[in-house]
Design a protein around this ligand. Structure first.
Ligand SMILES: Cc1ncc(COP(=O)(O)O)c(C=O)c1O
Length: 447
């Protein structure tokens, strides 16, 4: 009796009560964006609505998860039909399900040359964990190298490869992990400038292997645009040098496309293919499922073969509904020309942000690829002092005006912009107008 009363109370909680409940019963790590936290109740295309009926342009899509747009009609209809037809919710990989095979077929069409094996997972973390396992199995080595400022997930295995102190826990063992310096052209750890540097960042991978390992590694994991790190965008040349070094030392190259995949960067479905990255494995999640909990690992047959004879099982991975959602997301992205749109709209947005930079000295850097754009805020362009408080305030100003943005960077001073790939010109103009107004408001507040 007591229990069912509690349950019905939970159903009628208002927003403040839900916030209080979260504070009391969720883990203390569960943060909320915005001074005025938002309760989202509806989503369609590029927009979301809060419980008060206010409409927002969603330029972050959860956290870089909405690629084809919220509740795309084609995807929605297909899922409703599956429910009506009593399609199994769950099969596991021990039974055949058509959606997972069709999804794998579509993914292999989009994958970089040589990657012809696929495994599904429920998240990006699991995809990376599986990639580490495969790399270790294939090489007989255990050391995984990551980049400082990188992020690859919240499981024990992936946290051990995290390049952010804020995400690491004292109690989390960090074994068989070593870090190379980050390829960040705005804050180059070598004090160099792109154009006159010798890619010291790529060469640092070799030095790190030589100085912190016994001379061989299992893998290097790299995000082609470093998401949580604040959309740090390494130059294209970096990746060939990095892969060559890793291969010379017997390791596998893992390209973590959890954020960059699904056409977000505007050139191809996977940035690894667009940039010709010689990856042995590519991992995906987020925008791949357009909101569904699904991840994937693509790998070479050679790496996959090293796992033969062992059991690897993942109960929900590739189940019919998320697999169908991911497959239809891929179809919609291609059918509706969303990758090309990401390129065109991404450029319009980037040009607009560079214009804003002329008026607003708070903007230290504008970077990114396609519709994955970062705006780094600094108190002073010469000292590059991190404008962390200003970044939070800026997001709130934009929220007030109906625009949702994300945040990243070790010091939380980078605005992350990653709208659905379906975004239109008038929506880009709206974003730029709101950001301009919000910067002006910020100037007044911090005078
Ligand atoms: C680049 C990258 N890899 C992996 C992950 C982990 O993905 P998930 O949160 O789905 O486990 C994330 C999550 O933010 C990510 O940004």
């Amino acid at each position: 009796m007591q229990k069912s009363q509690n349950q019905s109370q939970a159903k009628t909680m208002n927003q403040d009560e839900m916030i209080q409940f979260r504070k009391k019963h969720f883990l203390p790590t569960a943060a909320l964006y915005h001074k005025k936290p938002m309760h989202l109740v509806k989503a369609q295309g590029e927009y979301v609505w809060d419980a008060e009926g206010k409409k927002y342009l969603d330029a972050i899509g959860g956290i870089v998860c909405i690629s084809a747009g919220h509740n795309h009609p084609k995807i929605k209809r297909a899922l409703m039909t599956m429910l009506e037809e009593d399609t199994p919710q769950h099969t596991s990989t021990l039974y055949i399900n058509q959606a997972s095979v069709e999804l794998a077929e579509r993914l292999l069409e989009e994958s970089p040359e040589g990657l012809d094996r696929v495994a599904f997972t429920n998240s990006g973390s699991e995809a990376n964990d599986l990639a580490f396992l495969a790399a270790r199995q294939a090489t007989g080595e255990t050391m995984i190298m990551n980049l400082r400022h990188g992020y690859h997930g919240g499981t024990a295995g992936t946290l051990a490869q995290c390049g952010h102190g804020t995400w690491r826990f004292r109690a989390q063992p960090v074994a068989q992990s070593t870090s190379a310096l980050e390829p960040n052209c705005y804050r180059c750890p070598f004090g160099k400038k792109l154009g006159s540097c010798s890619f010291e960042c790529a060469k640092n991978i070799e030095t790190t292997i030589q100085t912190t390992t016994h001379g061989k590694i299992a893998a290097l994991i790299v995000e082609p645009v470093m998401g949580v790190g604040g959309f740090i965008t390494p130059p294209a040349e970096y990746f060939k040098m990095a892969a060559d070094i890793v291969h010379n030392y017997g390791g596998k190259y893992i390209s973590d496309e959890v954020q960059t995949g699904a056409g977000r960067c505007g050139g191809d479905f996977l940035l690894s293919r667009e940039l010709g990255i010689q990856a042995d494995m590519v991992t995906m999640a987020k925008g791949f499922g357009n909101g569904a909990a699904i991840g994937a690992v693509l790998m070479t047959s050679e790496v996959a073969q090293s796992m033969a004879g062992k059991a690897y099982f993942n109960t929900f991975a590739g189940d019919p509904y998320p697999a169908m959602q991911a497959k239809l997301t891929m179809d919609v992205i291609r059918e509706e020309g969303m990758i090309e749109n990401a390129k065109v709209m991404g450029q319009v947005l980037k040009d607009g942000l560079e214009q804003l930079m002329k008026t607003h000295s708070l903007i230290g850097d504008v970077r990114g690829r396609g519709l994955m754009l970062g705006v780094e805020l600094v108190k002073d362009r010469t000292t590059q002092a991190y404008a962390t408080e200003e970044c939070i305030r800026f997001m709130d100003e934009c929220q007030e005006r109906g625009l949702l943005l994300g945040k990243g960077g070790l010091m939380g001073n980078v605005i992350r912009i990653a709208p659905p790939l379906s975004i239109k010109r008038d929506q880009v103009d709206f974003m730029l107008r709101v950001m301009d107004e919000s910067f002006h408001a910020l100037k007044k507040a911090f005078l």
